[in-house]
Design a binder for this molecule. Structure first.
Ligand SMILES: [Zn+2]
Ligand SMILES: [Zn+2]
Length: 129
């Protein structure tokens, strides 16, 4: 099954084939700032599941302990997808960018030290990838 993730304005889209290898929420500082929200929703697909990269998209390089290249729409600013050093064979796609073509629910919660106290999550989720 092919799903399409798209940015806020719809200019940039990326196709993925099949289900994510990892479907997680992340409470790290980087994900909070990236999304402007309490946590990030990160779906990871094997690179072979990812279609061609869209035009009209720029890269933001993130340093630190887990360097990333993050692709965002130059028109609306949405982060659409990224490559992170800790998962070199996978591509992360922002879970919320599947809003029009939904992906399944997450089953993993990571960087739990940064979790906002008011965020409640199901008790049966794994706590690492
Ligand atoms: Zn856009
Ligand atoms: Zn994170």
């Amino acid at each position: 099954m092919i799903r399409k993730a798209s940015c806020c304005c719809g200019k940039c889209t990326i196709d993925v084939d099949g289900e994510p290898a990892f479907n997680a929420v992340c409470h790290c500082r980087n994900c909070k700032k990236r999304t402007g929200s309490a946590f990030g929703w990160s779906t990871y697909f094997a690179d072979g599941q990812i279609g061609s990269r869209p035009a009209g998209i720029s890269i933001y390089e993130v340093g630190g302990s887990n360097p990333q290249q993050r692709w965002f729409c130059t028109n609306c600013g949405s982060t659409l997808f990224w490559k992170a050093a800790n998962l070199p064979a996978h591509t992360g796609v922002a879970g919320g960018c599947f809003a029009d073509d939904p992906v399944g629910p997450p089953s993993v919660t990571v960087s739990n030290d940064g979790r906002c106290a008011w965020v409640g999550l199901p008790g049966d989720w794994r706590t690492s990838l």
